[in-house]
Design a protein around this ligand. Structure first.
Ligand SMILES: Cc1cc2nc3c(=O)[nH]c(=O)nc-3n(C[C@H](O)[C@H](O)[C@H](O)COP(=O)(O)OP(=O)(O)OC[C@H]3O[C@@H](n4cnc5c(N)ncnc54)[C@H](O)[C@@H]3O)c2cc1C
Length: 433
């Protein structure tokens, strides 16, 4: 899987890694142990489940192949936004409106959960309220307003609609023609948050092992996970390995694709200028198919994400090309330096809906994947509902598990080129906006 080579390179030079303190090391698994629930993956999904399970009295072990937060959870844009990566209509078509409403309400609960956890476990992760959705053209503006209208009237989420003449009070950019603001969403430093959750999990008795890649699963009355130096025998298992699971569950892997996305961070911007550029302080995201997402960090750097790589190859001149996008949005930042450039891979599903469930012949093995680039908040909720299901109340988990998913055509080697061709069409549509 050549994306893993690109991925390792992309973890270097991350603003988050440079500004978060790892206050604990977790010894690799050594020997054979027993527990109630074993979790594969030390990202936000795995850690959230670990906390929820420990709170319910389960003995939990969490195995992370590298370091906690190594994957998407420690590198993302930091934007915690309501909803899913796909439109609600996708969920309505599959589950009906009543269950689609339940799913949406859970995505809003996911935002409350972040606030609760930060306060309960004293996690200082630079949280800031607010999300601003922006449109680059009149056509995109109509789509943005229609979607806001529907989220408000059908799903009950308050949204503020902002027309062109009022835009400078919210964002000072020549690129946008309209915006919507939503106050419950927000943004944070994702690696500080991930490490904060790990501290909370440890405090609740969860045993965490880093540098402990699970290399095989043996199914039986109990499930055995093997690493190079040991094994964990568990009653129930959660696979929360995102695009990195590799050979552990091939059937799952064929339903997600690793897609690269990239971020730069500038040197600190004069706080007064930062305040002028985004007076509301929100996380900003446009509604293009290949979208730009950006925000100011706690120390006033512009953190600008965008571009994607469906081929998984890192774009040439990454920092320079991202800088050009950023300056196109904010010409006022032309003099800023780029201090950090990094990226990672998101686990997109074919319909961009999350893919939660249990392995077909092994219902004691649960999985969470397919967050499709919109998992910062939803991973928390996913951890909560998987814990509810393991504790005997699967109602909320099963609402998500009813969402049907298709395999990407072409198998492991052909699906990437097929996707690249498919995505060229969407890029063209963005360009014609
Ligand atoms: C660059 C980037 C920007 C993003 N921006 C946003 C954003 O602004 N807002 C948003 O909502 N979402 C965003 N996302 C998506 C979001 O970060 C993810 O949906 C979320 O972090 C997924 O969490 P996770 O726990 O499922 O996966 P991860 O955080 O990737 O964790 C999975 C972990 O499992 C481990 N693992 C895998 N296999 C094994 C194994 N066999 N044994 C042991 N360990 C294993 C991996 O090493 C990894 O650490 C972004 C993602 C990226 C990459």
């Amino acid at each position: 899987m050549h994306f893993l080579r690109a991925d390792l390179e992309l973890t270097r030079h991350s603003y988050y890694a440079a500004t978060a303190v790892r206050d604990a090391e977790h010894a690799a698994l050594d020997g054979d142990v027993d527990c109630d629930v074993a979790i594969v993956g030390g990202g936000l999904a795995g850690l959230s489940a670990a906390i929820e399970l420990a709170e319910r009295g389960f003995a939990v072990r969490l195995l992370e192949a590298r370091e906690l937060g190594f994957g998407a959870s420690g590198r993302n844009g930091g934007q915690a936004i309501h909803g899913l990566a796909c439109d609600q209509e996708v969920i309505e078509a599959q589950l009906g409106l009543d269950d689609a409403k339940k799913v949406f309400a859970m995505t809003v609960e996911a935002l409350d959960l972040i606030r609760e956890r930060c306060s309960q476990h004293q996690i200082d992760c630079d949280w800031r309220d607010g999300y601003l959705g922006v449109a680059v053209s009149e056509r995109k503006a109509r789509a943005l307003m229609a979607s806001a209208e529907r989220l408000e009237s059908v799903y009950g989420l308050p949204m503020t609609r902002i027309q062109r003449d009022a835009l400078p009070k919210w964002i000072a950019s020549p690129r946008y023609v309209a915006a919507v603001h939503e106050a419950k969403s927000g943004h944070l430093h994702p690696l500080k948050y991930t490490l904060g959750l790990a501290r909370a999990a440890r405090g609740l008795g969860v045993v965490i092992h880093e540098h402990s890649a699970v290399v095989s699963i043996e199914h039986g009355q109990r499930t055995v996970l093997r690493t190079a130096q040991g094994s964990v025998r568990a009653n129930q298992v959660l696979l929360a390995g995102n695009v990195y699971l590799q050979g552990l569950a091939p059937a799952l892997q064929s339903r997600i694709m690793p897609v690269g996305t990239y971020i730069v961070a500038t040197d600190p911007v004069d706080p007064a200028l930062a305040q002028r550029l985004i007076p509301c302080g929100a996380a900003v995201c446009d509604n293009n198919f290949v979208l730009d997402y950006f925000r100011f960090t706690g120390d006033h750097r512009m953190l600008y994400g965008g571009r994607v790589s469906y081929s998984t190859a890192t774009p040439a001149n990454l920092a320079q090309s991202m800088r050009e996008r950023m300056v196109g949005t904010f010409p006022q930042l032309a003099a800023q330096r780029i201090d950090y450039a990094w990226g990672g891979f998101v686990d997109i599903s074919m319909n961009r809906a999350p893919d939660f469930g249990r392995l077909p012949d092994h219902p004691q093995v649960y999985y969470l994947q397919g967050f499709s680039g919109h998992g910062l908040a939803l991973t928390g909720l996913a951890g909560r509902i998987v814990a509810e299901a393991m504790a005997g109340d699967a109602a909320r988990f099963d609402t998500f598990a009813r969402i049907q998913h298709h395999r990407f055509p072409g198998g492991a080697w052909l699906r990437t080129p097929a996707l690249v061709l498919g995505m060229a069409w969407y890029r063209l549509k963005d360009a014609l906006a």
